[in-house]
Ligand binder design. Structure first.
Ligand SMILES: Nc1nc2c(c(=O)[nH]1)N[C@H]1C(S)=C(S)[C@@H](COP(=O)(O)O)O[C@H]1N2
Ligand SMILES: [Mo]
Length: 323
């Protein structure tokens, strides 16, 4: 488990916060399970004392098919210091430097539109709608880099079922915080604020679509979209909207902030697709963050490697037109 060497991070296992050696063991076990070599349940593991000032968020390993990639997680420092969160600036280092004072409590998410149970839901209530799971997903940015992140959260579908969308709700729109007092990036007009994104209802209901509250066994750092964000692992990273404040059920396909900015470059679907180039660059390969400048680029996989799980959502759809 070479990739955990020199890393002092803690990880959640079976509702415990555990030291890195145990995490390494667990990854071996996951790999063993995948190979059919072992079928034992996770052993009971001792809790380790926490270090640093971060808040643990216990979780159990996800049982959703495809939710645990076998690839090595990207180092915590890279996951939390190489970010896109334009509300805090367009440089990759800006969010980590400028988002630390983001006020995430109190926090409410407004559930709106074509839904039986609209209203303002506070964070604590939202966190109780599902059981926290760890999911290790690849995240592929449209810019040509990728990471592997151990997220903590539960399927967005759990929230959606609870609020009971109406029959004519065909899409879900996500709106994220736009607060000039806290977010220096809003003074630039790179995209029309607030940042909005959307999914078709069946995409939003797919069990892999994650409502994330944490990563690496702890609550989300502000730069990664605290206190809650979307993670849609088969789509380019920009679909995974951070710091959500509203979830809206609508009939018409919503227009995302990136479509409004450059529709020829960023379509509504945004499925990771090595066969559809960005107008300004190839999407055939990607650079894994943390591997260094001389590492070989990896081939990008259709639907970011989640084709077996999500491919059927797009049967019959022209993926070149619907990029
Ligand atoms: N509100 C908001 N959400 C956002 C963005 C943003 O600028 N603002 N950037 C997106 C992009 S382009 C990517 S690649 C991912 C990055 O998530 P990460 O920094 O946690 O890796 O967040 C997405 N969500
Ligand atoms: Mo991105």
């Amino acid at each position: 488990m070479q990739y955990l060497k020199d890393r002092g991070y803690v990880h959640p296992v079976a509702s415990e916060i555990t030291p890195r050696a145990v995490y390494a063991q667990r990854r071996q076990l996951i790999q063993g399970l995948a190979l059919g070599a072992a079928s034992a349940a996770l052993p009971a593991l001792a809790a380790a004392p926490r270090t640093g000032g971060r808040t643990p968020l216990p979780a159990v390993r996800s049982a959703v098919p495809g939710a645990l990639t076998m690839e090595a997680p990207t180092a915590y420092d890279d996951v939390t210091r190489y970010n896109n969160f334009y509300e805090f600036g367009t440089d990759k280092a800006d969010p980590a430097q400028r988002a630390q004072k983001l006020k995430t409590s109190p926090w409410t998410v407004s559930i709106e539109g074509l839904v039986k149970k609209p209203g303002r839901y506070d964070l604590d209530a939202l966190m109780k709608l599902g059981a926290m799971e760890e999911r290790i997903y690849r995240l592929r940015c449209v810019e040509g880099w990728s990471m592997v992140v151990p997220w903590v959260g539960f399927s967005l579908a759990q929230l959606i079922r609870r609020v009971e969308p109406l029959g004519n709700a065909r899409y879900v729109q996500f709106e994220t915080l736009a607060d000039r007092a806290q977010m220096p990036g809003l003074s630039s007009n790179v995209i029309p604020w607030p940042y909005v994104e959307g999914l078709r209802m069946d995409e939003a209901m797919h069990p892999l679509a994650l409502l994330a509250f944490g990563l690496y066994g702890e609550v989300l750092p502000p730069q990664n979209g605290a206190p809650l964000r979307l993670v849609v692992p088969w789509k380019y990273g920009f679909k995974s909207a951070k710091s959500l404040v509203a979830i809206r059920f609508v009939e018409q396909q919503p227009r995302s902030a990136w479509q409004a900015t450059a529709p020829q470059e960023y379509g509504f679907y945004a499925n990771v697709n090595p066969n559809v180039d960005h107008p300004r660059w190839s999407q055939a390969s990607e650079r894994r963050i943390g591997e260094g400048l001389f590492a070989k680029r990896r081939p990008t996989l259709l639907f970011n490697g989640y084709e077996a799980q999500v491919g059927s959502l797009y049967a019959g759809l022209d993926l070149k037109k619907n990029y």
